[in-house]
Design a protein around this ligand. Structure first.
Ligand code: UD1
Length: 429
């Protein structure tokens, strides 16, 4: 099994290219189910989750091709993927596949919209608390689907097609917004989604659906208005840059007192993080190539932060911020409001010498001068990268086990950090 070994203490300096966003690439790939034509996606990150979803879509009958390298092209631009769902061969998404990646549950809406039926296993995914699908089902039922749960499968039927509806989500859900949007584009009539997730990845999906002939208004707001169309056609769309990857490397740079340019990062999608970093004494400046992050000497200041849906501070950056705050001069409070139980990294950070106390949904982090390398293990994607950040500042050697979590969401992490001076390597143990 692969592990990552890091010897801490090096300052990060240089450029890090930001990959396409995993959380946008996944729903975009799923959008291919909505048309008989080819959907071409550019800037697709090379990640285990992308490969996994490729297998799931393949099972439904989607042909997938990844274009080879062209002269003069560098690997930082991600792959160009063509997805072609000329016919849907199977409307069942089986447990063996869906249980490995929660986002694959989002095939439910588009399969239902295109085929009038779908049978999708209840999802699995990261071990970060109970993650129900009630909002997904509520939205699809409002569109006229009849839904039953049979032997761990959601069975949805709409033999005479889906009908536009007014859906007001009681809670913001990225996945439910994707699922309903992916169904409503082919429903008959107008759908209004209130309290829709405003995450940039939802906007990216909507832009792609528009390029495919969909009619959607309200992108970036919490009210999406969809006029259903009879069919969608092919399109070419570039996946937006990964704000979570960019935010992670911003915190890695800050952790080492370094200075990095995050090439391709969209500062306008990282405003909450930039504000928090500013309070902590880290300068993040939007440049014409991306985001430049510097912490020149000086202790970090502690901050108090609550996670919230976009444009608030992302839950997907919470673990990384906690690692960073272990080095602050004082006491920070980090409150997780999106997922219960998303504190699996705390125990492991404590193994590296962090001083963190948990009380319900709030972690109190008392800054320490010294973290020391140890063997640690990751339990989910963002937790594992928080251990990488901590290890960059820890004295001695840290070995992070269960790297497959990292490979699900971070492309080439050891190269990206290694090129900026980190002492990091992948080892087999
Ligand atoms: C997505 C992201 C994930 C991110 C999360 C929140 C992808 C692939 N994953 O996950 O990285 O951490 O958004 O920004 O894009 N909920 C319900 N009922 C539902 C659906 C969700 O109660 O039917 C709850 C969840 O338990 C959670 C909250 O709503 O407490 C937000 O979850 P949601 O936004 O749906 O997260 P995901 O789409 O799974």
């Amino acid at each position: 099994m692969d592990a990552i070994r890091i010897r801490g203490g090096n300052r990060l300096e240089g450029e890090i290219p930001i990959s396409g966003a995993k959380n946008a690439a996944l729903p975009l790939m799923i959008a291919s189910l909505l048309t008989k034509d080819r959907l071409v996606l550019e800037n697709v990150p090379r990640l285990a989750d992308v490969n996994m979803l490729g297998r799931i879509l393949g099972n439904h009958g989607v042909d997938m091709a990844i274009r080879g390298k062209r002269a003069g092209e560098h690997s930082g631009r991600g792959s160009v993927m063509t997805l072609h769902a000329e016919t849907i061969a199977d409307t069942t998404a089986p447990y063996e596949l869906v249980s490995r990646m929660r986002a694959s549950f989002w095939v439910l809406g588009p399969l239902l919209a295109r085929c009038g039926e779908a049978r999708v296993s209840m999802p699995g995914g990261c071990a970060i608390g109970t993650r129900p699908v009630d909002l997904h089902l509520m939205g699809l039922e409002a569109l006229g689907a009849k839904i039953d749960v049979e032997a761990g499968y959601v069975v949805a039927r709409a033999p005479s097609g889906l009908k536009g509806a007014h859906i007001a989500f009681p809670k913001v859900s990225v996945g439910a917004t994707h699922n309903v949007l992916l169904a409503a584009v082919l429903a008959n009539g107008e759908t209004i989604i209130e309290n829709a997730a405003r995450e940039p990845e939802v906007g990216d999906l909507a832009e792609c659906l528009i390029a495919m002939g969909g009619r959607i208004e309200g992108i970036g707001s919490s009210r999406l208005v969809v006029q259903g169309v009879a069919s969608l056609h092919g399109a070419t769309h570039a996946v937006l840059p990964d704000r979570i990857e960019a935010g992670t490397y911003a915190m890695a740079a800050a952790m080492t007192g370094g200075s990095v340019d995050l090439v391709g990062a969209r500062g306008d999608q990282l405003e909450a993080l930039i504000e928090v970093l500013g309070r902590a004494g880290v300068e993040a400046t939007v440049t014409n190539t991306g985001l430049s992050v510097t912490r020149n000497g000086g202790k970090l200041r502690p901050v108090s932060v609550e996670t919230s849906p976009y444009p608030g501070f992302a839950t997907d950056l919470q673990a990384q911020l906690m690692a960073l705050m272990t080095q602050a001069d004082g006491i920070s409070k980090i409150t997780e409001t999106i997922f219960e139980n998303r504190f699996m990294h705390v125990q492991e950070l404590v193994r590296l010498g962090a001083n963190i106390a948990l009380d319900g949904d709030t972690a109190t982090v008392t800054g320490t001068d010294r973290l020391a390398g140890a063997q640690v293990m990751a339990t989910d994607l963002r937790a594992s990268v928080s251990l990488v950040i901590a290890a960059l500042a820890a004295e001695g050697e840290t070995v992070i086990n269960r790297v497959y979590h990292l490979d699900r969401g971070f492309e080439n992490i050891e190269n990206k950090l290694g090129r900026c001076g980190a002492d990091i390597e992948r080892i087999s143990i």
